[in-house]
Every structure is written in C-alpha cells, then in structure tokens.
Design a binder for this molecule. Structure first.
Ligand code: HEC
Length: 149
C-alpha cells in the first residue's frame, strides 16, 4: 500500500476527511495521503502536518484576496469551507487549473485559471489539504501550529 511504503510503520489512526478512517504515520514532515492517493491532512491537538501548514500559507498568499481569510468567502467569491464539503479532489483541481466563469445573470464572477502558475500548481495538494481540513471542521480559522515544531 502506497502510504505504508512511503511512511514506514503505522503509528496511529485518525479520521482524516472523506468520511473514512485511515491509518497514517506520525511523521509530521510528510504530507499524508489516503490509500487511494488523495491528499489528506492530520490535525492533532490543533497542530497540522507540514503539507496542510504549507497549504494554509499558500492559500493566504493568493486565494484569500477573493475567497477571504480562512477561506470563509467574500461578497464576490464563494466560501470554500462550504464548497469543499461537496467538491471532490478532482473537481477542485479542475476548477483551480482551468478557472471558471459564472454564466449567471450578472456573469461577473470569475475564478481565474492557475494552470500555468507554478506557485499554485506545485502546492495544489497542500492547498486542498488545508481547505479540506477547514471544510470538515477539523481546523478552526487562524494560523495553525505545525506538528513537531
Ligand atoms: C480573482 C478572484 C479569485 C481568486 C484570486 C481565486 N478565486 Fe477561486 N473563485 C473565484 C470566484 C468568483 C469563484 C466562483 C466562480 C463561479 O461562480 O463560477 C471561484 C470558485 C472557486 C472554486 C469552486 C467553488 C465552488 O463552490 O464550486 C474553488 C475550488 C476555488 N475557487 C479555489 C480557489 C483557489 C484554491 C484559489 C487560489 C489558488 C482561488 N480560488 C483564487 C474567485 C477567485
């Protein structure tokens, strides 16, 4: 199994999103994934894995200008702590890579495409980890602490 090979010994069990309970190791340096390879997160005593922490930082370098601090939305971009309850990982990637334009009455809500932006593409999994932890209610707003330091 991928996670086992990558992370060595099982050291704990924790609910990590997707309504499933999966095993993970407590190596805080690594970014956890579910057995099917979907990025996951670890939140333990209010502390997060390195990937989720990186996602927090990357989100607040770019996405928060429209989606608000803590991903809680603004008057012109949706609250992603709601969106990530319903969007799959693939849906999420599709929107961020390709962007989206609302064809509704006003048509003025534009999600830019980040497919050519390496600052986002290289950290897409971590941004997903952070947003999923927020959407699952596992992580409160504000700057999280990093596990192991
Ligand atoms: C310029 C403003 C802006 C920026 C910056 C921005 N977004 Fe968006 N985003 C939007 C708008 C507006 C929508 C809604 C588009 C629509 O209604 O079709 C949206 C939609 C989304 C959705 C789909 C939400 C849903 O409920 O379907 C996701 C996921 C998303 N953005 C993620 C991100 C991420 C991650 C970043 C940073 C890499 C980001 N956005 C940066 C404006 C922005």
């Amino acid at each position: 199994m991928l996670t086992k090979r990558r992370f060595g010994l099982w050291t704990g069990i924790l609910a990590v999103g997707f309504g499933t309970v999966v095993g993970f190791t407590a190596l805080a340096e690594d970014a956890p994934v579910t057995p099917d390879g979907t990025p996951a997160y670890i939140v333990k005593d209010g502390q997060v894995d390195k990937g989720t922490y990186n996602g927090y930082r990357r989100f607040h370098a770019t996405c928060h200008t429209c989606h608000g601090f803590d991903a809680s939305g603004s008057s012109f971009a949706p609250n992603l702590t709601d969106s990530l309850k319903r969007l799959s990982y693939d849906d999420f990637k599709d929107v961020v890579v390709n962007g989206r334009q609302n064809q509704g009455a006003t048509g003025d809500r534009v999600m830019p495409s980040f497919g050519l932006d390496p600052n986002i593409m290289e950290h897409l999994d971590d941004i997903y980890r952070y947003l999923k932890a927020r959407a699952d209610g596992a992580l409160p707003g504000g700057r999280p602490q990093r596990l192991g330091g």
